[in-house]
Design a protein around this ligand. Structure first.
Ligand code: 13P
Length: 249
């Protein structure tokens, strides 16, 4: 049995004060929830507030990105030791918005994955096809390539904490959700690729989250699929009631 993980990706929303308000309202709603792991990934500036607000609770805090170098002249970047120092435990890597707007590639995802694992951060590596790729029947190829390159020269032992998020780009922020069956099929491809990279035992334990217009109304049907091990939630995670409803699907 794989324990489910429900993660919030706040993207570029919420000031520190707004983050504080979120946790004030959200934590009481999920305080008795021990079925799934809960992670909230705020922007960098709201992380400190989030870590303090969530201290001692059942909610862990993640970052939305990192840079792989240990330190140096890299204006505007944040490295793993800085994240660990402020109490971050998880990190999203290779989100499609970073690939689309900030030039991230499968190779930079690989560097970021290695850096996160070396620092003891739990990586949530995002993969997913764009609409044209799905319509051209290329979903399998895209997912296999993204996984293969992300996992390049990473050992199963080092990757033990790895989480993958399948986020079909056409479903992000569009209100279009993959059907549970579509998501399950994509997850099976990712799991097969993980088995090739890391072995079957690893793949059987690997948690694969679904992301893309997850809402309180569709969370239960998605989470009921055996292949779906949790959710990465954007828009619907910004409101405490809505995210709590997804957590408690
Ligand atoms: P939405 O839930 O807003 O579609 O965003 C999904 C996502 O990108 C999570 O990382």
């Amino acid at each position: 049995m794989r324990n489910k993980l429900i993660a919030a990706n706040w993207k570029m929303y919420k000031t520190p004060d707004e983050a504080r308000d979120f946790f004030r309202d959200f934590l009481p709603l999920v305080k008795d929830h021990d079925r799934d792991e809960i992670v909230v990934c705020p922007n960098y500036l709201a992380i400190d507030v989030a870590v303090h607000a969530a201290k001692g609770s059942n909610v862990a805090i993640g970052a939305q990105n990192l840079f792989w170098e240990k330190e140096g002249a890299y204006t505007g970047e944040i490295c793993t030791s800085m994240l660990v120092a402020v109490g971050v435990t998880h990190v999203i890597i290779g989100h499609s918005e970073r690939r689309q707007y900030f030039g991230e590639t499968d190779d930079t995802v690989n560097l970021k994955l290695k850096s996160a694992l070396a620092a003891g951060l739990i990586p949530i590596v995002c993969v997913g096809e764009v609409l044209e790729e799905r319509e051209a029947g290329l979903t399998d190829d895209v997912l296999r390539r993204q996984c293969l390159r992300a996992f390049n020269k990473v050992s199963a032992k080092k990757a033990a904490s790895l989480v993958v998020a399948y986020e079909p780009v056409w479903a992000i922020g569009t209100g279009k959700t993959a059907t549970p069956q579509m998501a399950a099929d994509a997850h099976a491809i990712i799991r097969a690729e993980a088995a090739e990279s890391f072995g079957q035992e690893f793949a059987d334990k690997l948690r694969i989250l679904y992301g893309g217009s997850v809402k309180p109304e569709n969370a239960k049907s998605l989470m009921s699929e055996a292949e779906i091990d949790g959710a990465l939630v954007g828009g619907a995670s910004l409101d405490p009631k809505s995210f709590a409803a997804i957590v408690k699907y």
